[in-house]
Design a protein around this ligand. Structure first.
Ligand code: ADP
Ligand code: MG
Length: 719
């Protein structure tokens, strides 16, 4: 046990903490009553709204269009009554600025009216607000004289009540735009991309002669996170400032026993998970799965998939709730991508598909050959989209935190490729060769769309955890996304490039049908063959971690954008701007502002971390080492004392020199943000690592009572 007093106190408190008394018991609760109780859902709207208003609101929700002013007043009154009944005192437009966090400004319903107060909430307050948004990042989109930003209710995402210990707030999910209508947030482009997917998929399905409802992208995000005891956390300035440890010697025990993954969930953690789930249920977030993850103290939560836009809002709320509830249980929830060196980091697997009423899931192999032809069509569109826009996809998951994860042997590499699984791959290979496919593994050649096309495997079979973008039976799983990310960015990119690929496919198919004089199957065969021959290089079913793949990928001409400064410029590449503008999702100016903001936050992140490295090293670690060396002076003449003292002094000198070098590297200021980002990546990060290496070596030999930072052992294993 640690003999450093602060650490000892924390550890004693953890060891002797009383068993947690649950504030509720799922056994005594009816989950179907809790579920969605804080959401102003369609059924509540139907009960509380006049028939005609409900009908028009429902139509708005289905088509993603705006509510008219007259209906807005009626809806606002109904929402207000419901919210007041549930005890809400305030309302807030919730929006999603480019910081990647959630933003909100609360106003009370209650206004003085001469003799007391009266609850007010107009239609205008429901559908639009004008937060003083000048301090949100806008990347040059707003000039200071026109700093206004507007938030507008996204009717496709229901209003909800957020409960806290001292009160409740009605929350209205909104899009955030400048006075000229430029997107200043993550939701606006996501909504635009949803519309683009619907439009393009509809064109393709029309050629298949399909009738259907709105085609929507779906998303089911799996969230990995760490739970660390809050008493130890608060002794680590790196954790509470940056969310990741900047120091820490490797513990004797890490994850090598593989005893954590899917292991029994510790009681204290399970209680915390259950309470988080209950809060999620109240908000209609369909949490399904909980389990231990690979690293010690690492866990995962996953919901049932929903429409991508709603899934996004729910995912942001889930992160908020994970953090909030953890605090109640004496934990801190770490969402950073790589909180601890030497054990796995955390990702967010973004499961994604498209589909709609009448056609079901378009990425699900069908029951008959005709459906399979349609499935292969949509699948081929994905292959082309990912191949053409690898760089953009990589950029959508780029951040200082995620750079520590991508490319290490635990997470998919920075090279974007698609895993299809053996069975599906075989079918694709055959389409590529001849435009026709035979029954998988054996059998003769057949033509697409006729009754002989094989029944495709419903189960993807083997999972390949090393692929950044894997087909998993009826959806693709984008695994390169970092745990702290908003899913909006990756989803917007996926939807946009898919819409564009489908649009192109519709053009090609229509033309080919004409050329083939109406022979649909023959035309489809040609189109798919062309797509797959041209873009099949992005398919890779082997081990993505291997050295050979890196060589092979280079041979195939796939991009390997290792770091954030390498990846971010892809956002403003010619092909990115073209695809976003063609699909009406983001303009060149909007893309440029985003690229600028993300590059700037990268520089800020590394700058903060590097300052903290210097500060902790100078004020906590070097003094600890020197004090220890001084205390060893009386035993200097002994063999062991002399040797130890020498070692400590040598490492302390190394540490001091490394700190100086880091300070010098950080002081270099470059002419523009991009050069600064490169400098941060190439010079500051390695300098930080040198400081850490010396400090970690000291941690291993300095007597425990001198060491101020809780060890990895303590952080990862005490709960
Ligand atoms: P695994 O860990 O094997 O990937 P999980 O059950 O943990 O499986 O997570 C799978 C995720 O994929 C869930 O969030 C699930 O809702 C989601 N998912 C399933 N089908 C679809 C779909 N059609 N579109 C989007 N997400 C989906
Ligand atoms: Mg998964």
């Amino acid at each position: 046990m640690s003999t450093n007093p602060a650490r000892r106190n924390a550890i004693e408190a953890i060891a002797s903490q009383p068993r947690l008394q649950g504030s509720f018991d799922f056994r005594n609760e009816k989950i179907d009553l809790i579920y969605g109780q804080n959401v102003f859902s369609l059924d509540k709207m139907e009960k509380r709204l006049p028939k005609d208003v409900f009908k028009s609101l429902k139509a708005n929700i289905e088509s993603g269009t705006k509510l008219d002013a007259a209906s807005a007043d009626v809806v606002a009154a109904a929402i207000k009554d419901w919210a007041l009944e549930r005890g809400a005192t305030h309302y807030a437009h919730v929006f999603y600025p480019l910081t990647g966090f959630t933003a909100e400004k609360h106003d009370t319903f209650f206004e003085p009216n001469g003799n007391g107060t009266l609850a007010q909430f107009s239609g205008k307050a429901l559908i639009q607000a004008e937060p003083d948004a000048s301090s949100f990042p806008n990347g040059g989109l707003r000039s200071t004289f026109e700093a206004r930003g507007y938030t507008a209710w996204d009717v496709t995402s229901p209003a909800y009540i957020f409960d806290t210990e001292n009160g409740s707030t009605l929350c209205i999910p909104t899009a955030f735009v400048s006075w000229k209508g430029e997107a200043l947030d993550k939701k606006t482009p996501l909504l635009r991309s949803m519309a683009a997917v619907n439009k393009a998929a509809t064109r393709v399905l029309a050629l298949f002669g399909k009738k259907h409802g709105f085609i929507s992208a779906s998303c089911g995000p799996e969230q990995e996170y760490f739970l660390i005891d809050s008493r130890l956390f608060h002794l680590r300035p790196d954790l509470y400032t940056c969310g990741r440890s900047l120091f820490g010697a490797k513990p004797a025990k890490g994850q090598e026993f593989e005893d954590q993954y899917f292991g029994t969930i510790p009681d204290r953690v399970l209680a915390c998970m259950m309470e988080t789930e209950r809060e999620c249920f109240k908000l209609g977030i369909p949490i399904k799965t909980r389990h231990n993850e690979v690293a010690p103290a690492q866990y995962e939560v996953a919901p049932i998939y929903e429409s991508a836009n709603v899934a996004h809002d729910h995912q942001m709320l889930t992160m908020t709730l994970l953090r909030r509830v953890a605090t109640k249980h004496g934990f801190v929830c770490l969402l950073a991508e790589k909180p601890f060196a030497g054990v796995n980091g955390s990702g967010k697997h973004v499961n994604w598909s498209i589909g709609g009423a009448g056609v079901g899931n378009l990425l699900e192999p069908g029951h008959n050959p005709h459906e399979n032809a349609q499935f292969l069509t949509f699948c081929s569109a994905v292959v082309r989209a990912v191949d053409l826009h690898q760089g953009l996809l990589r950029a959508s998951v780029a951040s200082a935190g995620n750079d520590h994860r991508l490319g290490a042997n635990e997470a998919p590499p920075a090279i974007i490729s698609i895993y299809l699984g053996d069975m599906l791959n075989e079918v694709i290979e055959q389409v590529k060769k001849s435009g026709s496919a035979s029954t998988s593994r054996k059998g003769g050649h057949m033509t697409l769309g006729v009754d002989t096309l094989p029944v495709l495997p419903k189960d993807a079979g083997d999972r390949n955890r090393t692929s950044p973008f894997a087909f998993t039976g009826n959806k693709f799983e984008f695994r390169a996304v970092g745990s702290a990310f908003s899913v909006a960015g990756p989803l917007t990119v996926l939807n946009t490039i898919m819409a564009d690929s489908l649009d192109k496919l519709a053009d090609e198919l229509a033309e080919e049908i004409k050329a083939k004089k109406g022979d649909f199957n023959a035309a489809l065969q040609v189109v798919l063959k062309n797509i797959l021959s041209k873009h099949g290089r992005v398919i890779f079913n082997g081990n993505g971690y291997s050295e050979e793949w890196h060589k092979e990928a280079a041979k195939r001409g796939l991009k390997n954008l290792r770091t954030t400064p390498d990846a971010l410029p892809e956002i403003v590449s010619k092909s990115s701007i073209e695809v976003f503008e063609r699909q009406g999702v983001l303009s060149k100016a909007e893309l440029e502002s985003r690229e600028e903001i993300y590059t700037h936050s990268y520089v800020l992140a590394i700058n903060t971390e590097s300052k903290l490295v210097s500060e902790i090293a100078k004020t906590l670690l070097l003094p600890a080492a020197l004090k220890y060396a001084a205390d060893l002076t009386p035993v200097e003449k002994t063999k062991s004392g002399g040797k130890l003292r020498k070692e400590v002094i040598a490492l302390a000198d190394e540490l001091a020199a490394a700190i100086d070098a880091l300070d010098a590297a950080r002081d270099v200021s470059k002419s523009d943000t991009h050069a600064q980002a490169k400098h941060s990546c190439d010079k500051v990060l390695p300098a930080m690592l040198k400081v850490r290496t010396a400090a970690d070596a000291l941690e291993e030999i300095v007597a425990d009572e001198y060491w101020p930072l809780p060890s990895y052992q303590e952080l990862l294993f005490l709960r």
